[in-house]
Ligand binder design. Structure first.
Ligand code: AMP
Length: 217
């Protein structure tokens, strides 16, 4: 299955993707993770995108599209994928359609995770990450056992630079201006599945699987 997860930062795309990988057996592709890895490795690409990411703005379409084109040509994407954080602009959506068309493929479902700005901001500003193993915690909904240290590694959790409130608000604004138009775009293509992402995570996963069952049937 070829799936795109659409939604504001903090809607729970990454968390849902991890469950869907186990249930559907296709890879999770997060352009945000790919850029964070590039920054951490100090590569040329990393240097190009570091400041943009810090501000919460979007990396230019050509750079993202190029990265995605390369990624979907890999063997593990043959039977499908779950995209998280791409496409994020109408131009990216067009480019993605073209890439898939060239490969004789198409998107089966776009899962739109709907959350209010307040819920998204609350979730993101309370997100913490273990700098060693990468495990993600949430101080409100999934706190570590001992105050702000990783359950497995025992070291102090950190906050992603772009999860600070001012940057989160900017990311939400960028989302509203540049990504929200994709909701209508995919609705018009009849692939949009809308889910209330403010509900308990287990319910969200259940609802998504039920809707995907209908797409597959
Ligand atoms: P994310 O982890 O998906 O919130 O992405 C973190 C940051 O990476 C974003 O705020 C952007 O700066 C950049 N980024 C990730 N995906 C894209 C994309 N599809 N288009 C442009 N920028 C992106």
């Amino acid at each position: 299955m070829r799936i795109v997860l659409l939604g504001a930062p903090g809607a729970g795309k990454g968390t849902l993707a991890k469950d869907l990988v186990k249930l559907l057996g296709v890879p999770h592709i997060s352009t945000g993770d790919m850029f964070r890895e590039a920054v951490a490795s100090g590569s040329e690409l990393g240097k190009q995108v570091e400041q943009i990411m810090k501000s919460g703005a979007l990396v230019p379409d050509e750079i993202v599209n190029e990265l995605v084109k390369e990624r979907i040509s890999k063997a593990d994407c043959r039977d499908g994928f779950i995209f998280d954080g791409y496409p994020r602009t109408v131009q990216q959506a067009y480019a993605f359609d073209e890439m898939l068309k060239e490969m004789g493929q198409k998107i089966d479902a776009v899962i739109y995770l709907k959350v209010s700005e307040d819920v998204a901001v609350r979730r993101l500003t309370s997100r913490r990450i273990c700098p060693r193993c990468g495990k993600i915690y949430n101080l409100l909904s999934m706190p570590p056992k001992n105050n702000e240290t990783c359950d497995d590694c025992g070291i102090k959790l950190i906050q992603r630079g772009d999860d600070k409130e001012d940057v989160v608000r900017n990311r939400f604004k960028v989302y509203s201006n540049q990504t929200v138009p994709l909701i209508d775009y995919y609705k018009s293509k009849d692939v949009l599945i809308e889910i209330n992402a403010e509900e308990d995570h287990r319910i969200v996963v259940e609802k998504v699987m039920k809707m995907l069952g209908k797409v597959r049937a």
